[in-house]
Ligand binder design. Structure first.
Ligand code: AMP
Length: 421
């Protein structure tokens, strides 16, 4: 279906590798996994992402279930995490909890390179701290994420849109500035003007861009406390050696962000496509019914884009073939060979074999195609003496070992190999 993709075995292996690496990284930063449902009541997303956003207005997969309740396939991960933490009463005062998630998200967008209708995000949420350390840890983890996958340093763009308390005033100032030129703005921006004026900063239409260029940077409009928080975040980023660029016109497509926001870009991807985005959302928990303010910060990485960037930078890992391929030569019982393969697999070796009764030549060809490291050959002579011949498929060297010593010898030989990625 348009905007969806099947992940076939070769690609799935890369996905599995990415997921393994990032789970390992999240654990090192001490984040616990949270798995929330792929669908939630529509209202959850309307309230959290915001009524005036493109996601809520145009991109949600929303349908009535059999009882007529409005259901939406999650377009992002934060709303479900917030709901779950409130529902399970996991919000303790003065305690910071840290979560990560991985999984498919759904947005009805126009499919193009790097944009699908079902795509995957990996994300984190740091819940319970309003301090700049939390913002800095989030960005540091995001940098580590790309380093872990071998993508190298990415570019960060950061900005602040101020706290929730100041938002009405910020909106008022922007509206006052834009009112004289309102009629010159595009249709979307005229709509944004009344519903969500901050989003005008994100418009790509040239005539709107001209007006945006004349607006002050968002930071210059904010009160001192918000600017101080941002300055501390910047100092932290510098201290951790994270290179960033301040983009004082950066805004994000989800309404819940307050104060710090950031996006990550890679040169290996199209110029304007972000790999990841995130920021602080200090008011969301309270708005969603937590009963008090629970400050939080998080990000989400687009996994398809990471794959695209890895491929663009020629950094996709190569996977080794099986440790061994069983070769049955001559009148040898197929189950004799299969039994040995089964034993080796249970011991932890990856072992492939032919299930089509191919000729010896055909079996070697298959071993080669799969990239097997060794061939374990069982001919009539080996059967009689209870042995196997181990053939190194890179050097062509052969040696004979007894069946009982096979696993140990194979292990020794493989020990000299590069460890798999
Ligand atoms: P957002 O949840 O909108 O902040 O997006 C975070 C990241 O998810 C983006 O930077 C993209 O890498 C990725 N992303 C968002 N929408 C899509 C999509 N339709 N297809 C693929 N990746 C996406």
């Amino acid at each position: 279906m348009r905007g969806t993709a099947d992940i076939l075995p070769d690609a799935a292996r890369t996905w599995e590798w990415m997921e393994r690496r990032i789970r390992d990284l999240f654990r090192r930063f001490h984040y616990g996994e949270i798995r929330t449902p792929a669908f939630e009541p529509t209202d959850l997303f309307r309230r959290s992402i915001g009524e005036g956003t493109d996601i809520v207005n145009k991109e949600m997969y929303t349908f009535p279930d059999r009882k007529g309740r409005s259901i939406t396939l999650r377009p992002e991960g934060t709303a479900g995490v917030v709901r779950a933490l409130i529902q399970h009463r996991l919000l303790e005062p003065n305690v910071v909890s840290k979560y990560f998630y991985l999984g498919p998200m759904f947005r009805y967008e126009r499919p193009q390179a790097g944009r699908q209708r079902q795509f995957h995000q990996a994300g984190i949420e740091i819940v319970g701290s309003n301090r700049p350390e939390a913002d800095v840890e989030a960005v540091a983890l995001l940098r580590a994420f790309f380093l872990e996958l071998g993508l190298g340093e990415v570019r960060f763009r950061v900005n602040t849109t101020g706290g929730r308390a100041f938002r009405p005033e910020l909106n008022r100032i922007l509206k006052q500035r834009l009112a004289p030129v309102k009629e010159a703005l595009c249709t979307d921006c005229r709509e944004r003007f009344s519903r969500n004026v901050l989003r005008i900063y994100d418009c790509k239409v040239p005539r709107c861009r001209d007006e945006i260029a004349r607006l002050p940077g968002i930071r210059d409009l904010l009160p001192e406390s918000d600017r101080d928080h941002f300055e501390s975040v910047l100092r932290g980023l510098e201290r951790l050696g994270i290179s960033f660029e301040i983009d004082d016109r950066l805004v994000r497509g989800l309404d819940y962000y307050t104060r710090t926001i950031f996006e990550a870009y890679s040169d290996s991807l199209g110029a304007c496509d972000a790999l990841a985005g995130g920021g602080r959302y200090d008011a969301l928990f309270e708005e969603m019914g937590a009963g008090r303010e629970v400050p939080a910060v998080g990000f989400a990485v687009g996994m398809e884009r990471v794959l695209q960037a890895l491929s663009g930078a020629d950094k996709l890992p190569a996977f080794p073939g099986p440790d061994a391929f069983m070769i049955r030569a001559g009148a040898v019982d197929c189950f004799d060979v299969l039994e040995t393969a089964d034993r080796l697999r249970r011991l932890g070796f990856s072992v492939a074999s032919d299930l089509l009764g191919k000729s010896v030549k055909g079996q070697f060809r298959l071993a080669d195609r799969l990239g097997a490291r060794f061939a374990l050959i069982r001919g009539e002579r080996e059967t009689e003496s209870g042995a196997y011949r181990i053939k190194d498929l890179q050097t062509g060297e052969e040696e004979q070992v007894s069946e009982t010593g096979l696993a140990a010898r194979l292990g020794e030989k493989l020990g000299k190999r590069r460890v798999s990625p």
